[in-house]
Design a protein around this ligand. Structure first.
Ligand code: URA
Length: 186
């Protein structure tokens, strides 16, 4: 574990801990306020993210931005990262060995950011952070408190592109995040 961003970022530059490095254009490390109270964790970079080196800049990210704007969440004030930092081929779900290899980086990011709230975007984020016993269908929209951090599991924004009905729940879950944030921010 590193106690500063510079060393952590340096440690990942040539990462070959799993096979995903073979196809990457860019490592998608994370983006946003490094002292954020709210952190978002997705699954892994897609094609646009791989090309630009930033999380959630493609279609799913644009949808997330729209929700952010509607709810008054400033994207620059939160921190956004993924379970894996290199793009899985054809956007497949990361294998468990890939996620495990990458998780120490994310844990280190969480330690440095010290968020009060973590939004888990989809099943991969939920299972890798809180355990395989959780299912996104059963857990979404319900707060889980662990070691002083409040976790809100919700749909992955890409799921909203396939199922319009999920948009309402996603919106509701992010609204709950904003409301909790308002009560704990000071
Ligand atoms: N999907 C994710 O899970 N993460 C991204 O950064 C983009 C799309």
């Amino acid at each position: 574990m590193y106690d500063n961003w510079e060393d952590l970022e340096k440690s990942i530059i040539n990462c070959k801990k799993c096979n995903l490095y073979t196809n990457r254009t860019n490592i998608v490390f994370g983006q946003g306020n490094k002292n954020a109270d709210i952190m978002f964790i997705g699954e892994g970079p897609g094609a646009d993210e791989d090309r630009q080196g930033m999380p959630f800049v493609g279609k799913a990210g644009k949808l997330m931005n729209t929700a952010f704007e509607g709810l008054g969440i400033n994207r620059e004030e939160v921190y956004i990262a993924n379970i894996v930092k290199c793009r899985p081929p054809n956007n497949r779900t990361p294998e468990s060995d890939e996620a495990t290899a990458c998780l120490d980086y994310l844990r280190n990011q969480v330690i440095l950011v010290k968020p009060k709230i973590i939004v888990l975007l989809g099943s991969t984020a939920l299972k890798n952070i809180l355990g395989n016993e959780h299912s996104i269908t059963a857990s979404r929209g319900k707060w889980i408190e662990k070691k002083g951090i409040y976790y809100m599991p919700t749909w992955h924004p890409a799921a909203l592109l396939k199922d319009e009905n999920k948009k309402i729940e996603f919106w509701r879950d992010l609204k709950a995040v904003v409301e909790r944030y308002e009560t704990i921010k000071n």
